[in-house]
Design a binder for this molecule. Structure first.
Ligand code: NAD
Ligand code: UDP
Length: 349
């Protein structure tokens, strides 16, 4: 049997590059399309070094309809994982139209190409942000959805757009219906254990872990901890941090499910998290203790728009995808530091 090819949009980025490794380990062929707006081709070269396998790469934009049509015409794509998009909450408030264009429009163009090619297995990068400000924890997939900023709204709009597709299959009596996994990530951190690939934000990091690692390596003077008066274990915000390699493996499980005899019936959402809530202070302390490195910090005002706590119930992913997060908090902080200390300036080549 010929090896199945998986199209990975945004595959040169942080989560995409780790997923390419896990797909290659699982025996898939990988074809990446990425415009390199927030990444470097070097990440894919390192994926090849780590796996000893080849990654086919096309530099281009997913919003380019002609390009996407030609990719599906030239390749037999068994499933597509759609990572490509913009992801900074603050930036999305300043430039909402760019976010709707890049995130929503890229998904629209991609799905049109997929439908035309009758290649209708899709894994979509959604986010825990679609739960808005949660009233009840842990979060299950059927809890109410809402958005508090244009980034989150772009993910919600895409989820809703994708939920319309199975209905069209029924009306058209399609014999190859859409099979879509919406993966709602909690807070990805960590890096491949080799230290060769990791998160490499091009601007000042918005997220906690790259800020911690850049402070520890001396690129930033100190970490500002946003809020110490939340109703949490120590007053700082609580999140469900998940090792990026666990997350990447969740994508392989989702692809395997899509390609299995049962597939996914229409569109199904899955939380990918550990189920454990960790506070900012707990994360800083775990990082310093595991790596024996100081992270100077100060407690400052809350960041507007932040929620006190957010963590997943990932039971559905365990039951339906046979996936659980296996890596520990120590793995997360050790691997984040290994990547940053071996590559203090990220992918500089
Ligand atoms: P990333 O920026 O590292 O990767 C995204 C990749 O997509 C980059 O390589 C970028 O160059 C590429 N890209 C962007 N727009 C493109 C376009 N129009 N055409 C082609 N390539 C394009 O981000 P990431 O952290 O790996 O996130 C991947 C996906 O996961 C995103 O959709 C993001 O919204 C989602 N997500 C991320 C997080 C997180 O905390 N990292 C959490 C939840 C969801
Ligand atoms: N955070 C912080 N300082 C930073 C970045 C983040 O204290 O420089 C806190 C933030 O307030 C939240 C947690 O770390 O409680 C995770 O924030 P991140 O932006 O990484 O993820 P998100 O808020 O999207 O869950």
């Amino acid at each position: 049997m010929q090896t199945a090819t998986i199209l990975v949009t945004g595959g040169a980025g942080y989560i995409g590059s780790h997923t390419c490794i896990e797909l290659l380990h699982a025996g898939f062929k990988v074809l990446v399309v990425d415009n390199l707006d927030n990444s470097s081709e070097e990440s894919l070269k390192r994926v090849e070094q780590i796996t000893g396998k080849t990654v086919d790469f096309i530099k281009g934009d997913v919003r380019d309809a002609q390009l996407m049509a030609s990719i599906f015409a030239d390749n037999k794509i068994a499933a597509t994982i759609h990572f490509a998009g913009l992801k900074a909450v603050g930036e999305s408030c300043a430039m909402p139209l760019e976010y709707y264009d890049n995130n929503v429009n890229s998904t629209l163009v991609l799905c049109q190409a997929m439908e035309k090619a009758n290649s209708k297995n899709l894994v979509f990068s959604s986010s825990a942000t679609v739960y808005g400000d949660p009233e009840v924890l842990p979060l299950t997939e059927d809890m109410p959805l809402s958005a508090t900023n244009p980034y989150g709204r772009s993910k919600l709009i895409i989820e809703e757009m994708l939920r319309d597709l199975p209905e069209s299959d029924k009306l058209k009596k399609s014999d190859n219906p859409w099979s879509v996994a919406l993966l709602r990530y909690f807070n990805p951190v960590g890096a491949h254990e080799s230290g060769k690939i990791g998160e490499d934000p091009s601007d000042t990091p918005n997220n906690l872990m790259p800020f911690i690692t850049q402070t520890a390596v001396g690129r930033r003077a100190e970490l500002s901890i946003f809020g110490s008066d939340y109703d949490t274990v120590d007053g700082t915000g609580v999140r469900d941090y998940i090792h990026v390699v666990d997350l990447a493996r969740g994508h392989v499980k989702a692809v395997q499910k899509l390609l299995s005899k049962d597939g996914i019936d229409g569109v199904q959402a899955y939380n990918l998290g550990t189920g454990n809530g960790i506070s900012v202070l707990e994360m800083v302390k775990a990082f310093s203790a595991e790596n024996d490195v100081a992270v100077p910090y100060k407690l400052v005002e809350r960041r507007p728009g932040d929620v006190a706590a957010c963590y997943a119930d990932a039971t559905r992913a365990r039951v339906e995808l046979d996936w659980v997060a296996e890596m520990s908090l120590e793995d997360m902080v050790r691997d984040s530091w290994k990547w940053q200390s071996l590559n203090p300036d990220g992918y500089t080549v």
